[in-house]
Design a protein around this ligand. Structure first.
Ligand SMILES: C[S@@+](CC[C@H](N)C(=O)[O-])C[C@H]1O[C@@H](n2cnc3c(N)ncnc32)[C@H](O)[C@@H]1O
Ligand code: SF4
Length: 450
């Protein structure tokens, strides 16, 4: 194992949102570029995830550093779908036909997939089904949308093609907060979009909300939470606001502000308690699920071990030994160049992995621990040991001792379970980065944000 990196004495609660490990900024150009056929030979392929990335939005919100561009000049979305079609065909060929290839889940993310027209969404579903080979009506299908693009015709296509979950970015129901987050939208339009989504009868509605926006108070936070609850959503995600380099929010330096940290922590606790009191179960720091919500089948998927096929210019793919994608950027000009480059690619160019990071035994252990520990249910020690032959305490003695010292581990969890305490869960964004390997930290630090 690599030596653990030294941890800061008093960790700040909002260091980094760890939704995937290693982060894309730790990926590097792969030379020579490995062929997908070789990479996928010998990989289990009977429970893959499929992710299709649509890098278009109507606006660029002030907080957002996702891989997406504003609008699409004439013909670009069509050309992008043509490229997706070529990539899906090439990737499916590379998976080979020797063993059964089966997808267990599918998702359309972005950007804003519903930036595409209804007819384009039909085509997107056709690409997923006919080229990639997923049976969209037989697996959980999750789609992200923004209020203005969640139109009745698009939602009807998605519902008809098998969408089981629609995730709507709302951020705030208070118009002045939406403005402060540079997210041009009005509450009336958000409410109308929610009405259309419920009419479309997609089984799971998720609402994203953000706390820590300029001007947000405990009272206005409650107002947003209650406005979301009025729709009885099956899921709610509560995101602490992050202000990152190259995004539009003009409060550079504010992220070093201890008072803002305290404010976000207070709003987190308030939001968590509010949702729990109203029948929601906390699944992770950000995710809350209505206790009586219907199961979607997503729960059966082992995201720890199953492979992922990402299609589109910003999507990641995972085999057991390599995570890979195309180049990555935050700056608008660079993003446009990468989208254009992707769109112009011939089929042959989709047969290789270009940027990525090797996942060796140490990284696989870190990833497993990170992804399970950050779930409210915690990690079964036996599952970890069965996979790696050692125990988490033997592999990460310093980190776990430090977490215990800070009161971040639940001392009352049953023996076989490693689980965060309430405080540990609240500090997920501080704890997660402490489990990064020194090599991944160094690669992320050396990455030049562009
Ligand atoms: C792909 S977007 C959701 C779909 C759609 N594009 C939209 O914005 O309506 C993912 C979510 O991540 C959250 N998010 C993105 N950047 C964030 C940031 N800097 N701070 C807090 N939350 C953020 C937002 O809640 C956002 O809805
Ligand atoms: S938050 Fe959503 S709509 Fe706004 S820029 Fe990011 S991906 Fe696009």
């Amino acid at each position: 194992m690599n030596a653990p990196a030294p941890a800061p004495a008093v960790p700040r609660p909002y260091s980094q949102y760890v939704y995937a490990y290693p982060h894309k900024t730790a990926y590097r150009r792969l030379t020579p570029r490995p062929s997908l056929r070789e990479l996928w030979a010998g990989e289990p392929k009977d429970a893959l995830s499929l992710y299709l990335h649509i890098p278009f939005c109507e606006v660029r919100c002030g907080f957002c550093n996702l891989f997406t561009r504003i609008g699409a000049p004439d013909g670009l979305t069509g050309a992008y779908l043509d490229a997706l079609d070529r990539q899906a065909t090439a990737v499916r060929e590379a998976l080979g036909d020797g063993e059964p290839v089966r997808f267990a889940t599918a998702a359309f993310g972005g950007g804003t997939p519903t930036f595409l027209t209804a007819a384009e969404l039909e085509r997107l579903c056709d690409i997923a089904e006919r080229r990639a080979g997923v049976d969209l009506r037989a697996v959980p299908l999750s789609v992200e949308a923004s209020p203005a693009t969640a139109t009745a015709d698009r939602l009807a296509v998605l519902a008809d093609r098998g969408a089981t979950r629609l995730s709507l970015g709302v951020q705030s129901f208070v118009d002045s907060e939406a403005r402060a987050a540079v997210r041009p939208q009005r509450r009336a339009d958000v409410e109308a979009a929610l009405g259309r989504i419920r009419e479309a009868r997609i089984p799971v509605l998720n609402i994203d909300l953000i706390y820590g926006i300029d001007g947000q108070t405990e009272r206005t936070w409650t107002e947003s939470l209650d406005a979301a609850l009025a729709w009885d959503p099956e899921e709610i995600y509560l995101y602490p606001l992050y202000v990152r380099p190259l995004t539009g929010l003009g409060r550079l330096g504010a992220d070093a502000d201890a008072a803002w940290d305290r404010h976000r922590l207070a709003l987190y606790r308030q939001g968590r308690d509010h949702l729990r009191d109203r029948g929601y179960e906390q699944r992770s720091m950000r995710m809350f699920r209505r206790a009586d919500a219907p199961a979607t089948g997503e729960e059966d998927h082992a995201c720890q071990t199953d492979g992922m096929i990402g299609l589109g210019c910003g999507a990641r793919s995972y085999t057991r030994g390599l995570h890979y994608s195309f180049d990555y950027a935050v700056d608008m000009r660079q993003i446009r160049a990468i989208v254009d480059d992707y769109t112009a690619r011939p089929a042959e160019d989709f047969r290789y992995a270009e940027y990525g990071r090797v996942i060796d035994g140490d990284e696989a252990r870190r990833r497993h621990l990170l992804q399970s520990l950050l779930q409210a249910d915690g990690m079964e020690r036996a599952g970890y040991t069965a996979r790696f032959g050692s125990g988490p305490e033997a592999d990460f003695p310093a980190e776990l001792a430090r977490f215990a010292e800070r009161g971040w581990l639940d001392g009352s969890a049953p023996d076989g379970l490693l689980r965060l305490s309430e405080e540990g869960l609240a500090h997920s964004d501080a704890l997660g980065p402490e489990l990064f390997s020194p090599a991944v930290r160094a690669a992320m630090a050396a990455y030049d944000v562009k």
